[in-house]
Design a protein around this ligand. Structure first.
Ligand code: ARG
Ligand code: GLU
Length: 674
């Protein structure tokens, strides 16, 4: 009977409650989820997760930089995040002589820890529902100013549920964050872009930083006199692991999800945006990879760029597969038809139809905008042709990782794609005329690079000495021409239509909540602190193929290949494997005596959750979240508990690498390991 009832509800497209495992919940409202969490094994209270009266787990979590998460693991400010989150910093400290990317970096004492100007970590002090204050007409700026306590805190007011709620977020931001340790890329990025977003996974994706504060434990700019920060709370580390079915939760800063949008947005993603962006990035990656294979210096220079271009590129491919497989467009269309029926005669009548109409108007602008961002502004010279370069006192860092030869090749491909796919009304007249004059895209790019002085550090410096007029520089003129069209013919329409769409979503969101009163709606991710929970679980990867939720050192050894950069593990790891001397880190797993490496769970996560702690039922650290399987990535639009899995590196592998590969076992002494 119950089954039949659920089946009928499913047919009607009505969720009774938020489906198990789906959701990214606000920590301050986690009380509403605790009963469900407890039924699944959670052993703590809502106050343990989030409290403004006492130290709670939230005080051990940071927003790392502007797009990752991190967690405190010692009373002396020691912080864990992913290798790929610290990648930019590790790369910036690397040279051909001291190649920390390749060889790893291990500070052997505090004096060797490396400062990272510009890097910040933000602790959430508190969050507060200010919907009523905003509705009563109070200015957001004054709410923020008041909460900042005279500049002590950084504050923001964010809209949740498409403007139906407003929350104030108060952060304390620390600015002296030093690099303590990073494994060699052959561990931290093991498997490279080939294994990225994949399972089985064997990446030791972690890096170690330390937060420094002034003598009063307050944020300060870098200074030799700063001291390690004393956090209100840090995580206890569990070396017991978790078995399939065990409760886990992920506590961090997920970036963006769009669970409540109409079929129009999904259709745009699946049938317009993703295919265009994937094709453009494939071209760029082919050019960069070929250059990297020919030269070691180029490999280092373009490592970070390559990784970031490849990352979204692969994610979009998985997302498209997932959306197609789940028929998300069709499912949403069916839901919208039922909604339209139901909405007749209510305040929600017409909202779906209006959204369809606005999206149809938006489409040409959205697609053109994709080509501007992924083709025109993907030409690095366009980035260089900006006041940032022209006004910079020191251009050295700007050109550190730039090779015009690569950029020329990219420019040819990108401009061709742009020409083939963008309507004439969005092509700058200046460019159309110049292209005509040159006769071909190749000849245009040739002309561009011959007539620009910003193509290298040397030439910019020389040009400045000659009082060269940069306003007449070919690249600057080109950038201006494209900026103009973007600014006048694309952005205003794009922004205005999106504003209308957002306003409609405010109504549609409320409508969906009224349409499905039993469903538990969680707010879309917006880089604010959230809790996701789910169990350790494998999944059916294909018909008849079940993927276990753990990987081990034995799998690393199987993939080990000295011929392939991404699979060439450190000799020391081979030796430890051969000796089987795993010491305290050895376990029995998947049928052998080995070291656990990575594991899967059903937590609903997204970009930004990288570096988040994954915790057991008692809030102890089991590992560091770093990825999803690529077939999970449609969960940003459509979560599927059968297939969506987050990937974490097992904390025991992290500790093993610090201890046995880095020889930095002294760091373990300041952690609480049980
Ligand atoms: N896919 C992960 C994320 O979205 C990891 C990316 C870094 N690793 C890489 N091989 N590019 O950030
Ligand atoms: N690697 C992603 C990040 O940097 C997390 C993977 C995902 O879930 O999108 O946040």
């Amino acid at each position: 009977m119950k089954k039949l009832f659920i089946a009928l509800l499913a047919l009607a497209g009505v969720h009774t409650v938020a489906l198990a495992d789906e959701g990214m919940w606000l920590p301050c409202l986690i009380g509403e989820r605790v009963a469900d969490m407890k039924s699944k094994g959670f052993e703590l209270t809502a106050e343990d997760i989030y409290s403004i009266n006492q130290a709670s787990l939230k005080d051990a979590i940071v927003l790392f930089g502007r797009g990752c998460s991190g967690e405190l693991v010692s009373a002396e400010g020691l912080l864990l995040t992913n290798h790929h989150c610290g990648y930019g910093q590790i790369q910036r400290h690397s040279t051909v002589e001291h190649d920390y990317l390749t060889n790893g970096f291990w500070a052997m004492n505090r004096g060797e820890e490396l400062p990272n100007p510009g890097l910040t970590v933000s602790f959430l002090v508190r969050m507060e529902d200010v919907t009523e204050r905003v509705a009563a007409g109070e200015q957001v700026d004054s709410i923020k100013a008041e909460a900042s306590e005279g500049g002590k805190y950084s504050t923001s007011v964010e809209s949740l549920y498409y403007g139906n709620k407003h929350y104030l977020f108060v952060y304390q931001v620390y600015r002296d964050v030093r690099l303590v340790a990073a494994p060699p890329s052959s561990i931290g990025k093991f498997g490279g872009d080939t294994d990225n977003w994949m399972w089985p996974r064997h990446t030791g994706d972690f890096s170690v930083f330390r937060i420094y504060a002034d003598k009063n434990n307050q944020p300060a700019d870098y200074s030799k006199d700063n001291v390690p920060y004393t956090p209100k709370r840090h995580f206890t580390i569990s070396t017991q692991g978790a078995k399939e079915g065990d409760f886990t939760f992920v506590y961090g800063f997920p970036g963006t999800t769009r669970e409540y949008v109409t079929s129009d947005f999904v259709d745009y993603t699946l049938n317009h945006s993703n295919p265009a962006k994937i094709a453009l990035r494939t071209m760029r990656l082919d050019i960069i990879s070929a250059a990297q294979e020919k030269d070691v210096a180029t490999r280092i220079m373009y490592a970070s760029k390559h990784a970031s271009i490849a990352n979204a590129w692969k994610k979009w491919q998985g997302e498209s597969l997932g959306l197609a497989r789940r028929k998300t467009v069709e499912k949403k269309q069916a839901y919208e038809s039922r909604f339209v029926e139901w909405a007749k005669g209510t305040e929600y009548e017409g909202v779906v139809e209006n959204l369809h109409a606005k999206y149809a108007e938006l489409l040409p602008y959205a697609v053109t905008r994709d080509y501007y961002n992924e083709a025109i502004y993907a030409i690095e010279l366009m980035g260089l042709a900006s006041p940032r370069t022209l006004k910079a006192e020191d251009v050295e860092p700007i050109y550190k990782d730039y090779l015009p030869a690569i950029d020329r090749e990219v420019a040819v491909k990108m401009l061709r794609e742009f020409g083939d796919n963008v309507g004439a009304e969005f092509v700058p007249e200046w460019y159309a005329a110049k292209l005509n004059e040159c006769g071909s895209v190749e000849a245009f790019v040739e002309w561009l690079f011959e007539n620009s002085r910003i193509v290298s550090k040397e030439s910019v410096v020389a040009a400045r000495a000659e009082n060269y007029n940069f306003e007449e520089d070919a690249a600057v003129v080109m950038r201006k021409a494209f900026d103009e069209v973007y600014k006048n013919k694309i952005a205003p329409q794009y922004v205005a239509l999106n504003k209308e769409i957002t306003a409609l979503y405010k109504t549609y969101m409320r409508g969906q909540m009224a349409f499905e009163p039993e469903r538990n709606f969680y707010p879309d991710a917006n880089l604010t602190l959230r809790v996701a929970y789910g169990s350790v679980a494998g999944y059916e990867a294909a018909d008849g193929v079940y993927h276990l939720p753990y990987t081990t050192l034995d799998g690393i050894i199987e993939k080990d290949n000295p011929e392939i950069y991404d699979y060439d593990i450190p000799q020391s790891l081979r030796e430890i494997y051969a000796s089987k001397e795993y010491g305290r880190w050895g376990v029995e797993l998947n049928g052998h005596h080995t070291i656990p490496v990575a594991f899967l769970a059903k937590n609903h996560t997204t970009g930004g959750n990288s570096g988040s702690p994954i915790l057991n039922s008692r809030g102890e650290l089991l590992g560091i979240n770093f990825d999803r399987t690529w077939l999970s990535t449609m969960s940003d639009l459509d979560y599927d508990a059968d297939i969506c899995r987050n990937i974490s590196v097992d904390i025991r592998y992290v500790l093993f690498v610090i201890d046995k590969i880095g020889g930095a076992g002294y760091l373990l002494e300041e952690m609480d390991i049980k």
